[in-house]
Design a protein around this ligand. Structure first.
Ligand code: 0A1
Ligand code: ZN
Length: 846
């Protein structure tokens, strides 16, 4: 394989031509769809000059005209080039084959339904066009088909026998184009905006699924209201359509006025969806809706600026979920997710800045770094400039940049203007990859708490030298009697090392550092076990409180893994206090009760220079869980009994919190009761949360064979529930057993692997099974590599995304490293490999 040349931010040039209007006609046919385009082009006065360049991929050009005169354009391999006048109308007819399009990129078919996905560069598979986000235009779309439902962006302006005409007045880049045609039914509602617009809301699904849309609809209406109340942003069309599709590469897509969703992020009923599903549906519905302003009305100049829309929109959906549920729990879960997904990325071969500087395939950069770390940067910015300037800056951003394609510089400038502060030092966060390590030491002297903060970032690929970053560090201090003696304060760390002095009359006070996880760093603060227990019991900041518990748990596990130590009694006692504190939110208690994940332990061991042994980590976690259960048997049993469901199921946060604590208790109790409680819960559960939790507990102790079969029989025909079943079977068995189960299931007739959700339910589930994927005989690596190679020619984006499970392989012992490397070489040496997977394997092996 030759290596395609990277695209670099430094080479950005504005487009040579702008588009004033796009008219498209689609004559839909599964193998021979005709797309007729009529596009008004005008030379960009600020452009570089030169010919008109249109992108095109897998298109058969039937005819082309400029101002009505047929022409024969020069085909370039990636599109075509034309010497064009300064203003003209381009007309073309192309033929495409949606049925043969397995990539789920461009126009494709899913269960007889036509569907599109154009971000990032899928529109070029539909027609010739300047497929770049800084070319924005209003679209008119005529769809010709006998299918009953024909949808595109904007509003329907005409509907007749076998056709529909849609018009989207808001100029948009091609990546926000969408078209759907099929036999669909709608769950409909209305929303009146603060500007008095009466908006029709529709969620389109396959017949039979319509009674599973209520929660998504409710979440949509709440999102619309929230964006008005919190950001002053109202919806801007008379209709908002959402379509659920089974075959989809990602979670969902914010196409203007026509969001397209993976069906697992829309459909929910108490019998089929877990609390986690409900929560995720709420946040993704909100995320896509919020893109209407942060992404659509104001979009990205180029794909290097992806975090401009994604970091901000994740930040907004996190705020929304916090408002809807609990800020404390939301923050803990966001931090858990950042540490589990983004930290390994930042520490390995795939590390890249939040705003990358080059890429081969942009689809490989829809990463935890761009999304989740991108959101962290927004949160830090807000803490640094304060709420008032934040609000003013947001207002200014919407006023100044509405209708534009912007950069991170534009974004930071509004906050410089609003706050009067220079943000050039802060801007380094966007350029510098890697997670800084924050070392903290403290002493007490003459009525002062003296904190020394030092930061250091290790080299990452292509960035050997790192500079100190500007970060807000929120702190406080707790006295041994549990009183807060230094109130919440934000320190601004700008240098490699700085000392801060705070008045404090209690020499024994324990500093609570990085409250709220105020900066995305690895905290290195040498606290004694007793100090951690104090913070877990008394810190006023819930994130730091939870983190103290996690740190205690890690310390206990570390001693068990490295020194064969017994479970730490301080940790066990501290958990007991949290469990019996009736004032705590049960969701918070459940989070404290969850032991650090195996991946978390492996990461910590590797950071400290040790080699993680997956089976030892697994064994230590099981032993510690068993010890927790043994010590708190009665309290846990009492929790499980007293929180048993009483009324009908409600997905709201309060009830979900109780279920999460009850099921956390069950997971522990199952370690010591041979699964009796879990079996009873499985037999009587009336909702998916409780049923799946019980089954998980049983499978984790190597039991549950009968229950798993009962579950399968019951849900055989439900594709979304069956995805859970596959993932659970693969995810719960340790080591080589897990790989064996994955292999068995890969031969199952229901393993319809070309559907990304089912593929992920087996292959990603094994990747997420720490001791399974890292099975000592290399069978996990071989299995995943084999399936990546199989998936690559079918859905390259999914194959490439699966590659990320290999990003940590260098952490492990020599034997595992060699086995993983051999699997990676098999991928890299394949006769043909997509650009997506090719780039990933090269970066991982480099
Ligand atoms: N913009 C979407 C994410 C998305 C990106 C690419 C896709 O297809 C390759 C699909 C969706 C979001 O942030 O939700
Ligand atoms: Zn997004």
């Amino acid at each position: 394989m030759d290596n395609p040349a990277p695209i670099r931010l430094a080479d950005y040039q504005p487009p040579a031509f702008l588009v004033d209007k796009v008219s498209l006609t689609f004559r839909l046919a599964p193998n021979t769809t005709r797309v007729l385009s009529r596009i008004a082009f005008r030379r960009n006065p600020d452009g570089p000059g030169g010919p008109l360049k249109l992108d095109g991929d897998k298109l058969t050009l039937i005819s082309a005209q400029i101002d009505g005169t047929p022409i024969t354009p020069t085909l370039t391999g990636t599109g075509l080039e034309i010497d064009a006048p300064d203003a003209f109308t381009w007309e073309a007819e192309v033929e495409i084959d949606p049925e043969a399009n397995t990539t789920l990129n461009g126009l494709y078919m899913s269960n007889g339904m036509y569907c599109t996905q154009c971000e990032a560069e899928g529109f070029r598979r539909i027609t010739y066009y300047p497929d770049r986000p800084d070319v924005m235009a209003p679209f008119e779309v005529r769809i010709e088909s006998d299918l009953p439902v024909l949808l595109s962006n904007g509003e329907e302006i005409e509907r007749g026998d076998g056709f529909a005409l849609w018009h989207d007045p808001w100029p948009k880049p091609a990546y926000l184009f969408a078209l759907v045609a099929g036999e669909l039914v709608a769950r409909s509602d209305r929303f009146r905006t603060m500007e008095g617009r009466d908006v029709a809301l529709n969620i389109w699904v396959r017949p039979g699924d319509e009674d599973r849309c209520d929660y998504a609809m409710d979440a949509l209406k709440r999102s619309m209201l929230w964006d008005e109340e919190v950001y002053g942003r109202a919806y801007d069309l008379d209709v908002f359509n959402i379509v659920a599709v089974d075959d989809f590469n990602m979670g969902a897509m914010e196409n203007k006025g026509l969001n397209i969703f993976n069906s697992r992020l829309v459909l929910a009923s108490p019998e089929t969806a877990t609390d986690a599903d409900y929560q995720r549906i709420e946040s993704v519905i909100a995320h896509e809706y919020f893109h209407n302003w942060t992404g659509n009305r104001i979009t990205c100049r180029d794909w290097f600026q992806l975090c401009l829309k994604e970091g901000l929109t994740v930040y907004r959906d996190q705020q929304f979920s916090g408002d809807a549920r609990s800020h404390a729990v939301q923050r803990i879960e966001d931090v858990q997710m950042l540490r589990a997904r983004q930290f390994p990325e930042d520490a390995g071969p795939l590390a890249h800045p939040v705003r990358p500087e080059s890429y081969v395939e942009i689809n490989n950069f829809y990463t935890a770094t761009v999304y989740e770390k991108g959101a962290e940067l927004i949160g830090m910015l807000r803490v640094l400039i304060g709420d008032a300037a934040w609000q003013q800056g947001c207002k200014l951003y919407f006023e100044r940049h509405d209708g534009q394609a912007c950069t991170i510089e534009d974004w930071l400038k509004v906050f410089e203007d609003a706050s009067g502060r220079a943000l050039s030092h802060f801007a380094r966060w966007y350029h510098q990859a890697g997670t800084p390590r924050l070392s903290v030491s403290s002493r007490h002297e003459a009525g002062e708490l003296i904190l020394t903060l030092a930061q250091e970032t290790r080299p990452t690929p292509g960035q050997p030298e790192k500079s100190p970053l500007h970060m807000p560090i929120r702190i406080g201090a707790i006295a041994p009697d549990g009183q807060e003696v230094v109130a919440d304060t934000v320190l601004e760390l700008t240098e490699a090392k700085q000392e801060f002095r705070l008045p404090c009359q209690t020499p024994e006070a324990v500093p609570s550092v990085l409250r709220g996880f105020s900066a995305p760093v690895i905290l290195d603060q040498p606290l004694s076990t007793a100090d951690k227990a104090l913070l877990l019991a008394h810190d006023t900041d819930p994130l730091s409180r939870w983190d103290a518990g996690r740190s205690l748990g890690k310390e206990a596990l570390m001693a068990m893994i490295l020194d064969d130590a017994a479970p730490d009694p301080t940790y066990l006692d501290a958990l007991g206090k949290v469990l019996s504190d009736m004032d705590l939110d049960p969701a918070f208690q459940a989070l404290v009760l969850a032991l650090p994940s195996d991946e978390d332990m492996a990461q910590t061991l590797a950071e400290g220079g040790a080699t993680p042994d997956p089976l030892r980590i697994e064994a230590a976690r099981v032993a510690l869980s068993t010890a927790v259960a043994g010590q708190h048997r009665d309290t846990l049993a009492n929790i499980h009994d007293s929180l048993a469901p009483t009324g009908p199921f409600s997905p709201d946060a309060g009830d979900a919190a109780k279920r999460s604590l009850r099921n956390a208790a069950l997971a522990l109790l199952t370690r010591i009761d041979n699964g009796d409680r879990a079996r009873a819960q499985f037999d009587t559960a009336s909702n998916m949360t409780d049923s799946l939790a019980a089954l998980t507990c049983l499978l984790r102790i190597g039991d549950g064979v009968t229950e798993a079969e009962t579950f399968r029989k019951r849900w055989q025909s439900d594709r979304l529930v069956m995805d859970k079943w596959f993932a659970l079977k693969v995810g719960t068995a340790p080591g080589e057993t897990g790989v064996g189960i994955a292999r068995e299931l890969a031969d199952d007739p229901d393993f319809t692997w070309k559907t990304p959700n089912r593929f992920r339910a087996v292959v990603h589930a094994l990747g997420a099974n720490h001791s399974g994927f890292h099975a000592g005989d290399g069978s996990g690596y071989a299995f995943v590599a084999e399936w990546i190679l199989r998936m690559d020619p079918v859905v390259p984006q999914v194959a490439a995304r699966t590659m990320t499970v290999f990003q940590t392989f260098r952490r492990y012992d020599a034997d595992r490293k060699a086995l993983a490397e051999a699997a990676l070489r098999r991928i890299s040496e394949a006769a043909t490999l997509s650009r997506d997977t090719g780039e990933m394997v090269r970066r991982i092996l480099e």
